[in-house]
Design a protein. Structure first.
Length: 274
């Protein structure tokens, strides 16, 4: 864990669990841009610290990197001791999942039980543990937002992806249960179903709003080439655009809360796997 001091922001803390170079980083950047102190959590503390430094520098915000293993209850508890030391957690985004070991789908009979259990633990048990850490404070204050990231595998079983689908099915059920239990107490719980391939952020002009980090900058030609998944199929999803939706869910008025939303590229035809 990086050295931390308490937040001086009037807003609560935005805790983003499962931060990688695409969606998690874009969500963290969006909430930092909107004035939140942000805690980003993942297993790779070295990479996470680089993200924290980058976002803090670009957005003039407080961003803290904290290591977490979502499959380990002790690690989750210790990580959130650090998060809660910063202040009240107003937003929890749970974006963690277990990446496939191979780029090729795995036949069911070849799946190792340890791998299956690990995937379930990260996709659903980790979400359960993180939500338990922040819900008491949200209920006490009568406000808060919890957003869970799902995929098309949250709705439909996909051949050779039982590890992922079973965990994502459970995550969706958890989201629905928490929404029905806690929305009357002021906590907005929503499930974000992402049906597509997430690419790098779209380059922007540097002015009032940041350009992409140097590691993500491409020429116009390169961006056009990488804008289509698989070299000519569906376009890739811009993580910054997705992050805008997470922000919109957080600021929704209480008379019209979304409990589930699905997002896909405009040229999407058929549901895809994660």
């Amino acid at each position: 864990m990086r050295c931390m001091t308490s937040s001086t922001s009037n807003k609560g803390i935005a805790a983003i669990v499962g931060v990688g170079p695409k969606l998690g980083r874009s969500i963290a950047r969006k909430f930092a841009h909107e004035g939140y102190t942000v805690a980003i959590l993942a297993r790779d503390l070295g990479r996470l610290s680089r993200f924290a430094d980058e976002i803090a520098r670009e957005e003039k915000a407080q961003v803290f990197a904290i290591r977490i293993d979502c499959s380990d209850s002790r690690s989750v508890r210790e990580a959130f001791e650090g998060v809660l030391s910063l202040g009240f957690v107003e937003v929890l985004v749970y974006n963690a999942y277990q990446p496939a070991v191979s780029t090729q789908p795995t036949n069911f009979t070849d799946i190792c039980i340890d791998s299956f259990v690990k995937s379930l633990a990260i996709s659903s048990v980790g979400a359960f543990l993180c939500a338990q850490q922040v819900l008491p404070g949200m209920v006490e204050r009568g406000r808060g937002t919890i957003l869970f990231t799902g995929c098309s595998g949250s709705l439909n079983g996909i051949a050779c992806l039982s590890e992922l689908c079973c965990g994502k099915f459970a995550l969706r059920a958890l989201s629905q249960c928490l929404a029905r239990e806690f929305q009357s107490q002021g906590v907005h719980v929503a499930h974000v179903l992402i049906d597509g391939v997430i690419g790098p952020p779209t380059p922007r002009k540097i002015g009032n709003r940041r350009g992409p980090p140097s590691s993500q900058r491409t020429s116009a030609g390169e961006q056009q080439q990488h804008g289509m998944a698989g070299g000519g199929g569906e376009m890739m999803m811009d993580p910054d655009s997705l992050a805008q939706t997470y922000w919109h869910l957080h600021v929704q008025g209480r008379t019209a809360w979304t409990q589930e939303i699905d997002l896909r590229p405009s040229n999407s035809i058929n549901p895809r796997s994660c």
